[in-house]
Design a protein around this ligand. Structure first.
Ligand code: GUN
Length: 282
């Protein structure tokens, strides 16, 4: 059984980003990410601060826009428009979830698809589903890097994605399918999940329920990718998989923390570099 080291792999990717960044700066382009945070959500504040720190550590530019809870849809759209037109900005990320009075779909639609480093714009979603090159959401993209790093061949494998969010589940399923896996998508309404999951070669669980994936749901030798980050009452973090109960059954498993989590920001930086390189070609 191998415990996947997402921290080490993310450090490796960040080193690559740093080198690419230096090369772009030498050519007169400073890869820069603009992040918009609306409101006071504590978890979002933490995520956004980590994104800013990682950009700076990689030598990239970081522009933060912290907007009040009462920001109107028009104010937010105007800011996006300004960032879309600003040639010094290569990536635009609107931290989700937005306050309830704002229309998330319209906000995402107004981000220039060429600067959509989150890969949430419908054009990029469509490209991913058509197998075309575009921006891919950072967490599933990070998971594909894990498969590559650990030489996990996906062709013909039975892969189960538990969770159908636009941020993780759906793009993950598309990536696995594009890579030649046979993909099943399960979610909170799926019947007989344990029966389905036991026969799977690969299980990606992103359902947001602590220790949801139990030992009886996992077959011998399965590869488990745990996207969950749940805080327990005692303050500790745990994933969507019951790590201790299933680890000896698996061939590979990602821990929480230190598995998938660190990959997300690394891929955000990587996507921003990709956008800056596109400018070079334009
Ligand atoms: N909220 C939770 N995950 C994400 C993410 O990957 N991107 C953005 N923009 N918001 C999020």
């Amino acid at each position: 059984m191998t415990i996947i080291d997402g921290k080490a792999l993310s450090a490796k990717i960040k080193e690559r980003v740093k080198k690419d960044c230096e090369e772009l700066i030498a050519k007169g382009i400073k890869p820069t990410l603009a992040v918009i945070l609306v409101g006071e959500d504590k978890a979002s504040q933490t995520y956004v601060a980590s994104k800013e720190k990682a950009c700076i550590a990689a030598g990239m530019g970081s522009v933060m826009h912290r907007l009040g809870e009462q920001t109107t849809q028009n104010e937010l759209l105007s800011l996006i428009e300004v960032l879309n037109k600003d040639d010094s900005i290569h990536g635009i990320l609107v931290q989700l979830p937005l306050p309830k009075h704002l229309d998330t779909n319209e906000v995402l639609r107004r981000i220039d698809p060429n600067k959509d480093v989150d890969g949430f714009h419908a054009l990029n979603v469509g490209k991913l589903n058509s197998g075309l090159d575009g921006f891919v959401p950072c967490t599933p993209l990070g998971i594909m890097e894990i498969f590559k790093e650990y030489n996990i061949d996906l062709v013909g494998k039975n892969a189960l994605v538990i969770g159908r969010s636009n941020i993780v589940g759906k793009p993950m399923a598309a990536l696995l399918l594009n890579a030649g896996a046979t993909v099943t998508i399960a979610h909170s309404k799926t019947k007989n999940l344990a029966q389905i999951s036991r026969s799977m070669d690969i299980i990606v669980v992103a359902i947001g329920k602590p220790k949801f994936l139990s030992a009886d749901m996992v077959g011998e030798g399965a590869i488990i990718i745990d996207v969950g980050i749940n805080r327990l009452d005692d303050g500790s973090l745990c994933g969507d998989a019951d790590f201790e109960a299933i680890k000896d059954k698996c061939s590979f498993i990602t821990p929480v923390p230190g598995g998938v989590g660190p990959m997300t920001i690394a891929m955000l930086l990587s996507n921003t570099i990709k956008s800056a390189k596109n400018e070079l070609r334009a």
